[in-house]
Write a protein that binds this ligand. Structure first.
Ligand code: PSU
Ligand code: MN
Length: 305
């Protein structure tokens, strides 16, 4: 018995033709960006994937149905909705069972992508080890998902709101390959460099696809995290963000923000404190990640069978 999935018309066509598909998450739409930029960005990202020769599959749960690919109307509806659950591994099945509507985080999108036979997924940033995790135990389920579900996730590196060295330590412990694209330093989401060396570097989409295939051939579970630096012209220098991030973190602490609300709260405050500049950078890096994920999906397609 397998789970029932609703494929959008274009994804159904891509599956029938065995052509490359790129998964996209929906939490970035509902909890990561304000309306209407969220819907506009989601559409632009889908266009980038199509222009690169693959089919976009934005993943979400609508009224208890698992959707692999959304129509334009569904995307708009999700972008405007206010009471949408933020789904991860723990609550994904419960949402389907109760007929709920939920946006998928990196963890939940990986699960759905794998169920749908999609190997590559593009997003902005993944969850990680939060600062103060030694007391709060706040470590994103995204990290454990990367360790067990065979999907290559293209992101722009861990966000500086996280504890980046601890995030890298946990990924290493879990056996997750962290591959930076075309540079030696791990990028830091809004900035090109975190100042920390990347465990791995690759310079071509073909190598990245090949590495995932070899992991699977070796019987190693799990995926790969590809850290793709934001284009230099769009970056916000690290030093500019330090005081802003400190302030957002302080406010989260003062207001006792916890659990699933932490990441959306911090993103929203940083958006406000940068006068919208963080969002402009966020949009640029997501599009850049969609481009690379599309190339990787095309390489997977060549290497398959
Ligand atoms: N980082 C972003 N934008 C986002 C997220 C992370 O820049 O929208 C979302 C992703 O869906 C990610 C989730 O999987 O937040 C992580 O949430 P948490 O830290 O609660 O695990
Ligand atoms: Mn968390």
């Amino acid at each position: 018995m397998t789970i029932e999935m609703q494929f959008s018309p274009e994804v159904a066509k891509a599956r029938a033709n065995a052509s490359p598909v790129v998964a996209l998450e929906s939490t970035i739409i509902t909890h990561g960006m304000p309306y209407p930029q969220n819907v506009q960005t989601a559409r632009k990202v889908e266009t980038v994937v199509r222009d690169g020769g693959a089919t976009p599959a934005t993943i979400a749960v609508l009224n208890g149905q698992l959707h692999i690919g959304l129509t334009d109307a569904q995307l708009e509806q999700l972008g405007q909705a206010t009471e949408v659950a933020k789904l991860s591994r723990a609550d994904f099945a419960a949402c389907l069972a109760t007929g709920g509507t939920g946006a998928t985080t990196v963890a939940a999108t990986m699960i759905a992508a794998h169920l749908a036979g999609i190997h590559v997924f593009a997003t902005g940033g993944i969850g990680g080890v939060h600062r103060g995790a030694e007391l709060s135990f706040d470590i994103s389920a995204d990290l454990h998902e990367l360790a067990q579900t065979p999907v290559t996730v293209v992101a722009a590196g861990p966000k500086a709101i996280l504890d980046v060295p601890k995030t890298l330590e946990v990924l290493e412990t879990l056996g997750v390959p962290v591959i930076t694209f075309k540079q030696n330093d791990i990028p830091a989401f809004w900035s090109c460099s975190s100042g920390l060396a990347s465990p791995l570097r690759m310079d071509s989409a073909a190598e990245i696809a090949q590495a995932q295939i070899i992991r699977t051939q070796m019987g190693l579970p799990g995926g790969q995290l590809v850290a793709n630096p934001i284009p230099a012209a769009a970056e916000i220098p690290r030093q500019t963000l330090v005081p802003i991030i400190e302030q957002a973190l302080r406010e989260a602490d003062e207001q006792a923000i916890s659990a699933k609300s932490v990441t959306p709260f911090l993103l929203q405050r940083i958006f406000e404190l940068t006068g919208g500049e963080s969002l402009t950078a966020n949009i640029a890096l997501v599009m850049n990640n969609a481009r690379l994920a599309t190339d990787i999906a095309c390489e997977f397609n060549k290497l398959a069978d």
